[in-house]
Write a protein that binds this ligand. Structure first.
Ligand code: BV8
Length: 254
């Protein structure tokens, strides 16, 4: 593994522009369940993919709202882990690093990452299900005008359901975020792919874009994933352990 860590450190050190693509795995060591891990307790009977859709929300708005409320609570009680901090340090030291995350938590920002693109939205934000004042009609849940006894709470503008400001399956990704992520993936020298199974499109295509444009791909994941076979370097381990080692190896290259 040491040899591979050194190889990754050399690629990152030499890179002009770095994209870091992250998935739920980077937040796992913060206690935030990954998207495909068996859900616990009440939610064990549901497949997240069957809950994270507009149809599921329309069918059972209270259930879906409560699922997000329980996830928001877990995230609110979580702290960034060593992997998040290592990525923030990489940005601070290297200067041309952009995190493109599929995650809806705010742990990258709380660890100090400045340039973060959220492809799938942010669970800590709430909006009108109908975007009645324009896309997105964001609301502040602490607004006294919002009736939070109703589940889901109701929009203060139109009186209809509120929903989390995340991208559900079957919904298009925020255009500017996706466009910038694709442009950066085309132009970067290295894409560091951390903690994603690579199953969800179009995010999963970004490392392939880097590869197609002559860039290098480094994968950090305890498991073999859809990206392992295109990886120039595959670091098999937990991001909270591996990423600090990579930063250390970069420092010793100075
Ligand atoms: C869209 C927000 C188009 C909600 C999420 C081809 C092209 C375009 C679309 C599709 C396509 N094929 C299929 C589709 C449809 C669909 C899709 O991809 N389906 C898949 C499942 C087959 N895509 C969409 O619907 C997207 N929309 O493309 O619209 C369109 C066009 C026209 C008109 C209408 C629509 C929208 C996708 C966004 C869905 N929303 N999240 C919420 O969070 O509730 S996606 C969800 O999955 C999360 O964001 C999560 O981040 C993401 C990806 O999962 P991962 O992050 O990879 O997490 P996972 O659990 O899978 O894996 C964790 C990994 O971590 C594992 O590998 C594990 O080994 C590793 N790990 C564990 N511990 C650690 C670790 N790694 C490191 N360290 C550790 N300690």
């Amino acid at each position: 593994m040491d040899q591979l860590i050194q190889q990754a450190a050399r690629l990152l050190r030499a890179a002009q522009q770095i994209v870091v693509m992250t998935g739920a795995g980077v937040s796992a060591e913060s206690g935030v369940p990954t998207f495909r891990e068996a859900q616990t307790g009440l939610w064990a009977q549901y497949d997240p993919q069957d809950l994270a859709t507009p149809a599921a929300f329309t069918r059972n708005p209270r259930l879906v709202w409560e699922w997000y409320a329980s996830r928001r609570e877990i995230i609110g009680q979580s702290e960034p882990n060593a992997g998040h901090f290592a990525l923030a340090q990489l940005e601070a030291q290297h200067g041309h690093v952009t995190v493109v995350t599929q995650n809806v938590d705010n742990l990258h920002e709380r660890a100090g990452s400045q340039d973060v693109i959220h492809l799938h939205g942010n669970i800590m934000r709430t909006k009108c299900f109908y975007d009645c004042q324009g896309n997105p009609t964001l609301v502040d849940l602490s607004d006294p005008a919002i009736n939070t006894d109703a589940l889901p709470p109701l929009c203060p503008h139109c009186g209809r359901w509120l929903r989390p400001d995340v991208v559900w399956f079957g919904e298009i990704l925020p255009a500017r975020a996706l466009e910038r992520a694709m442009t950066l993936s085309e132009g970067c020298d290295v894409q560091l792919v951390v903690g994603t199974s690579g199953l969800v499109e179009p995010a999963a295509g970004l490392p392939r874009i880097t590869k197609q444009h002559g860039g290098k791909v480094i994968v950090v994941n305890p498991d073999h994933t859809m990206h392992t076979r295109i990886a120039d370097v595959s670091l098999r381990g937990a991001s909270g352990e591996v990423l600090p080692q990579v930063l250390q190896a970069m420092a010793s290259l100075a």
